[in-house]
Design a protein around this ligand. Sequence first.
Ligand code: GTP
Ligand code: MG
Length: 479
Amino acid sequence: MPKSSRLPIACMFSLDEADPISQALSPPQNESEQDKQKRDLRERAAKLASDEIDARLNKERLQIRRTPKPVKILLLGQSESGKSTMLKNFQLMCEPKAFRAERASWRLIIHLNVIRSIRIILDALASTTPSEYSQYTPRSSYASQHSTHSTSTEDLVSDLLPLRARLAPVLELEETLKQRLAARANLAQSQNMAKLSFSGPLNSTIRLRRANQEISVGSSATMQCNDVDDDSARILYERSADLLQLWQNQTVHAVLERRKIRLRESAGFFLDELETVTSLQYVPTDEHILRARLRTLGVSEHRMLLSDPYGGITREFRLYDVGGHRSMRAKWAPYFDDMDAIIFVVPISAFDQVLAEDHNVNRLADSIELWTSIVTNELLQNSNMILLLNKIDILQAKLASGILFADYFPSYGLRPNDYDSVSRYVSKKFNSILQQRSPSPRVFYCRRTNATDAQSTAFVLLGIKDMLMRYNLKESLIL
Ligand SMILES: Nc1nc2c(ncn2[C@@H]2O[C@H](COP(=O)(O)OP(=O)(O)OP(=O)(O)O)[C@@H](O)[C@H]2O)c(=O)[nH]1
Ligand SMILES: [Mg+2]
């Protein structure tokens, strides 16, 4: 030990007797024996207190080091692939009470979804000339089973035109509902920015909406249905017979069929349940919430505490949901840093569709291109890649109806046009891109999902959660 360290404390800091610290640390001049003993006692007590504080700080530091890092998951994929629906499934699985507390808020969104479908129908009718109608022979099996209407031009004039006029108040409702929900979203967002609420020690969510859902929902008082919402619901209720008449009209189905508008496969489709969703007592079910369509703008962060059933360890999961529209993809990059996993959602049923933002681009081809850019990204090279081939229910229905996968992907060749072969082919395609293009070797984890089926999706998500929990725990022990 160097000699200087044996010097009295005052000497170690300064030899200058005019220095105020030296003066404060020096024993008083002419100190009596009694005062010296008192001073010694005081100094010993102070040292004891200081040692205790040090010990507590050390313990806390150790605890922080032992607490596993949060597991960070980024949901990626093109618009309408099902990212937000996957997030809803996570919430349903982890915090069902909070999820269900938001039920009432979803009613307005479902009403908006209904109005959107009605607008699509009325727009299609408006752009069809009376002479065109006479050529239509209904072919839809739905139409022939459910319709009570014939297809002549006279019927069109006597039925559809007055119907369109009667439905005008429903269309006017669209703007009112949008504005109301946007206003609430702003209010809820400012509240949520300030509020981090745990509803319990386990399986709870801190909802911190960084931004920008087109319309967001929440269970706060501001998001509850009120009298104004009841007025809108009443308009829909009063027009429900007209809505039903429109949806059951076989000319309508003939027009949609000829224009290749497949409403049943489109997002937020509720026209087959018009009576239920327009009833005054309507409260959305879990399934309806999963099927409701709400476009994401920007990025939102959702935190959940999840427990490991094997080790009883509780981990924080942070899920980031992004808007998948091409114009929003630039906002993803800041979230690439430090992600444990990417859940990449591909709407496999979209093999015969084009992007809403660019009608020259096939949606499945766009997903393949996007996947390539994600797996080759160096910032993400340490993230686990989880591929979800979603919307398998729609894929199955499409293939069964005779739509040929090979018509859109000629490389599929003469393989059977069935669900198993098509999904295996697509999965292999994504895997080969990962194996060939990833900067470092990575395991391919792929699942086929129908995100509107909560039970089967919960099973898939539980597997992902356990896998990530184990992986992340191992990583944090290495650290
Ligand atoms: N039939 C069916 N519909 C699904 C499935 N997954 C999602 N949907 C529906 O597809 C629509 C779009 O899903 P979202 O989860 O909002 O899509 P997104 O990827 O978040 O879209 P953006 O927010 O625009 O990026 C919703 O109406 C969902 O209910 C599925 O597996 N099957
Ligand atoms: Mg979304």
